[in-house]
Design a protein around this ligand. Structure first.
Ligand code: SF4
Ligand code: SF4
Length: 293
């Protein structure tokens, strides 16, 4: 292991770091305009319909996936799995064989290292978006990275499940232009059924971010048999209406089973007519930017 790799090990001190799952240089679906999207590993929610379940758990470096990597992109060194991005052919065999629901295709990176990769894209992007997993689990990294991005004149967005108390984190909010917020269900009971977690903070964040006008987008994945979708749409729209955020984009997302864990694949996708009906309800509140995807 090189000195640089040792310095990046968790607990080694130095600058904050995050486990980076992937960096997409150019994305036009992670916020307005062309952006570099950074995906961080690990999520505190356990959504039944998660289509990237390998991003939920943190790798425990057991090494079980290494023999399945035929191109030799994985190895074990000093008890930790090493990932060589140059050898990887993206066959996904590693995380399909991970008994812990994780992925070895990650890198421990500091804000400066991620910014070095973003800098190559500067002429072509207007901002960065940090997603996950749940990016706010890496709060100190976020403050560092978004500060560097702002210094380059880039816009800064977070994609969050709403489990971080943004109202109590002025340092993070000062370098965040906006949060694209998932509202997965409205009642606590429904939210627990979808994610395994209570949603008091999600609801608090929805209103608080709306009041700060730092809420460019809200998303709800529609799964009629799992939670009360109409109630969720109506309550989101009420908050946007009450806070004067009628131009916030509301994405009504069709649940699709691709990538979903076998145990949850039985969930049914909604009919187009149902998605249109929910979008119509949202537009009825005066929302100007309702999209079905
Ligand atoms: S990705 Fe999974 S199988 Fe591979 S080392 Fe990490 S925990 Fe073990
Ligand atoms: S996706 Fe995983 S198994 Fe496939 S080449 Fe990359 S690291 Fe190896």
């Amino acid at each position: 292991m090189t000195a640089e790799q040792v310095a990046l090990l968790p607990g080694a001190g130095g600058p904050p770091r995050a486990t980076v799952n992937k960096i997409i240089p150019f994305s036009c679906v992670d916020g307005p305009g062309n952006r570099t999207a950074v995906f961080l590993q690990g999520c505190n929610f356990d959504c039944r319909y998660c289509h990237n379940p390998e991003t939920i758990q943190t790798c425990v470096h057991c090494g079980a996936c290494v023999p399945y990597c035929k191109p030799g992109a994985l190895s074990i060194m000093a008890g930790r799995v090493q990932y060589d991005i140059k050898k990887c052919v993206l066959c996904d065999e590693c995380f399909h064989h991970c008994p812990h629901g994780s992925s070895p295709r990650t890198r421990e990176m500091t804000p400066a290292q991620v910014m070095d990769e973003v800098r190559r894209n500067l002429p072509f992007i207007r901002g960065v978006t940090v997603s996950g997993g749940e990016c706010t689990r890496w709060r100190d990294f976020l403050v560092g990275f978004l500060t560097l991005a702002k210094a380059e004149g880039l816009g800064t967005l977070l994609d969050s499940n709403g489990s971080h108390d943004f109202s109590a984190d002025s340092e993070l909010i000062a370098v965040t232009d906006g949060v694209m917020l998932d509202v997965k269900a409205w009642t606590p009971e429904d939210h627990v059924r979808v994610t395994g977690w209570d949603n008091a903070l999600v609801r608090k964040n929805l209103r608080w971010l709306a009041e700060q006008h730092k809420l460019p987008e809200v998303r709800t994945v529609i799964v009629p048999e799992l939670f009360d979708c109409e109630q969720t749409v109506r309550n989101v729209c009420e908050v946007l209406w009450e806070t004067g955020n009628l131009n916030t984009r509301y994405k009504i997302i069709c649940y699709r089973p691709m990538g979903v864990r076998e145990v949850y694949k039985g969930l049914k996708s909604p009919e187009q007519a149902e998605l249109q009906r929910l979008a119509g309800i949202a537009r009825g509140y005066g929302l100007t930017d309702v999209v079905i995807i």
